[in-house]
Design a protein around this ligand. Structure first.
Ligand SMILES: CC(C)(C)c1cccc(C(=O)NCC2(NC(=O)c3cccc4nocc34)CCCC2)c1
Length: 246
């Protein structure tokens, strides 16, 4: 899968090309990430990429022309059709469902804004879709672009080894994670729950599932709304809720 990222700071992309699972995807030739800098598509002496907002107000706005020329260059390098996604606070929320859908794209151009944002005409002319990673104020769209790349890279076939894909599966069953423990057995006077030391794999599985259900219902009840519970999950969640109110 090929990503062309339109960004004023291409070196930021090292975070996904040089480290972790996504860097393995790059080494395996399953992922390519190219930074394309709009500043290289300016024609003035000062290589201007931004200007003051019409109508006044604080901050600056990214000029449309360098962005459009950078997108054109990205599409050329893509070597085929490529959707353009603008990472933006106005975008639709990035979810695991959306990530799964994006895995089947062969080529994507990601547009990362800076300053107050980009000239609206650039969005009208070349952006196919706007995606947001969440509701907080950021300094740029590069980290959101890398969040999307990381989430997609993990789903590319052959990128995760067996252990990692088992881990991935445990994350995406739509529940929050159960507590994790590793050595030592007692740390600062705090022991690991007995069931995890019992060797009873079936009891351990149920304990972990119950913990995941309990945490999800406590911390993210919204996730439970979208999730059908199995008979066993319903029983464990009821058990938890009874114990809680006992
Ligand atoms: C969400 C809310 C708090 C209401 C809000 C309202 C208005 C502006 C901003 C804001 O952060 N503007 C700054 C920029 N933000 C992002 O690019 C950005 C931010 C968040 C998630 C994202 N996912 O992708 C790109 C994202 C836009 C131009 C440069 C950075 C945030």
């Amino acid at each position: 899968m090929w990503f062309g990222v339109i960004t004023l700071f291409p070196p930021m992309l090292d975070a996904v090309t040089k480290y972790g699972v996504s860097s393995r995807a790059v080494k395996l030739g399953k992922l390519a990430v190219e930074g394309i800098n709009p500043r290289d598509f300016t024609h003035d002496k000062h290589r201007t990429v931004d200007d003051r907002p019409f109508g006044g107000g604080p901050g600056m706005v990214m000029l449309a022309q360098p962005l459009l020329d950078a997108v054109a260059e990205a599409k050329k390098r893509a070597g085929g059709a490529a959707k353009v996604i603008y990472l933006s606070p106005q975008g639709s929320p990035l979810t695991q469902e959306r990530v799964k859908a994006l895995v089947s794209e062969e080529r994507l151009v990601l547009l990362a804004g800076r300053y107050e944002g980009i000239d609206e005409r650039a969005i009208e002319m070349v952006v196919d879709e706007e995606i947001s990673i969440g509701d907080y104020v950021l300094s740029g769209g590069e980290l959101p672009a890398m969040v999307l790349i990381d989430a997609v890279a993990r789903l590319l076939p052959g990128v995760l080894n067996d252990e990692q894909s088992a881990e991935q599966d445990s994350f995406v069953d739509g529940l929050l994670d159960c507590p994790h423990y590793t050595r030592p057995e007692v740390f600062e006077g705090r022991a690991v729950p007995d069931v995890l030391m019992s060797g009873h794999h079936e009891q351990i599985r149920r304990w972990r599932l119950k913990q995941a259900l309990a945490r999800t219902s406590e911390r993210r009840p919204d996730l439970l709304k979208d999730r059908v519970l199995s008979k066993e999950e319903k029983k464990l969640l009821d058990e938890y809720q009874r114990e809680k109110s006992a």
